[in-house]
Design a binder for this molecule. Structure first.
Ligand code: MRU
Length: 322
């Protein structure tokens, strides 16, 4: 199993996801500012994993800061480190009622560990509930990384794939590389290969021709925030994928724990989309890819309208989309 973030022998450690797939580097996160930096730079990423990181970030802040107002401010900074994935704000919210407690730091650690354990269980149940949707011999297409690295463990979109594979089902996964930061190519393909699951990385613009050729049986993606009407924010490129799937009559599933459903957000139009640094597009490694004077636009997520979603796979079962 691959846990992106863990608490061991009194230390918070993460797998630095910026270094995968060539190096698996485990880094200790020593204070809440370092956690904020890890979140902002995507050393730790993926909606449920961001919730867990937020929880451990609050714990670290409670060890560093005595003054309650200062601690509250640090917690706000943690919640604001990335705006789209609701799990981060959702997790930090759980710590406010603990601020006045005796032995506050112990209470914060207990809560952070609970959020982690709880997410692992939720993701396991997503896998068990979703595996029946994958037929024997299926070609499944996924986007970004919604595997163990993006959660406490097991993943969301990848969990039904992992559980199908471990039950002996034959399947193959098309992995969208996921421009610009290549979470699919670097992380999803790495996770699938570690488990011996056949997979093929494609550029994002190849999915349509594969669908037209009958080479995709279903699509499963994760989610960063699901609005009350079912509109779903996920990694940029999810929306066009959903349009293609609908056109080709291919089932399009969104796998997510209930902690990713935001009932306070009425529809996709109300979800804040994170705009990231231009450099992520301007450069590939050290190499400049875009002329100096060209404009660049880098939204990290898009919205899949509920009518393009066949069903949601959650820890409580499968519910219809639009
Ligand atoms: O920018 P990232 O890498 O944090 O984006 C992650 C995604 O969009 C995932 O698909 C989503 O968080 C689901 S994770 C289980």
């Amino acid at each position: 199993m691959v846990r992106p973030i863990d608490y061991a022998e009194g230390k918070i450690v993460i797998i630095d996801q910026r270094r995968l797939p060539t190096e698996k580097v485990i880094t200790e996160i020593k204070d809440h500012r370092q956690m904020i930096d890890a979140i902002k730079t995507l050393a730790v990423r993926g909606a449920p994993a961001l919730g867990i990181a937020g929880g451990f970030g609050c714990y670290l802040a409670s060890k560093e800061i005595i003054d309650i107002e200062e601690l509250r401010k640090a917690m706000k900074d943690i919640a604001a480190a990335r705006p789209t994935a609701v799990n981060l704000a959702w997790a930090v919210e759980r710590f406010y009622p603990l601020l006045e407690k005796d032995h506050r730091t112990d209470a914060f650690l207990k809560e952070a560990l609970f959020i982690q354990r709880d997410d692992i269980k939720r993701c396991e149940n997503i896998g068990l509930n979703g595996r029946g949707l994958i037929p024997e011999g299926a070609n499944v297409l996924t986007h970004c990384n919604a595997g163990s690295l993006a959660t406490g463990d097991h993943g969301t979109a990848l969990s039904p794939i992992f559980f199908s594979h471990s039950a002996g089902k034959k399947l193959h996964v098309w992995v969208d590389e996921t421009r610009p930061l290549l979470q699919g190519a670097r992380l999803t393909s790495w996770e699938l290969s570690e488990k011996g699951i056949p997979n093929t990385v494609i550029c994002d613009n190849m999915a349509g021709s594969l669908m037209a050729a009958g080479k995709v049986d279903l699509v499963i993606i994760g989610a960063d925030r699901i609005a009350a009407n079912g509109d779903t924010a996920n990694k940029i490129g999810s929306y066009p994928l959903s349009v293609l799937a609908k056109y080709h009559h291919i089932p399009f599933y969104v796998a997510a724990p209930l902690s990713t459903f935001d009932d306070k957000c009425p529809s996709g139009a109300d979800i804040k989309i994170e705009i990231r640094r231009e450099e992520e597009i301007r450069y590939s490694g050290d190499r400049q890819m875009v002329p100096e004077n060209a404009n660049v636009y880098n939204p990290a997520f898009d919205i899949v309208p509920v009518e393009n979603i066949t069903a949601f796979i959650t820890e409580e079962g499968v519910r219809d989309g639009g």
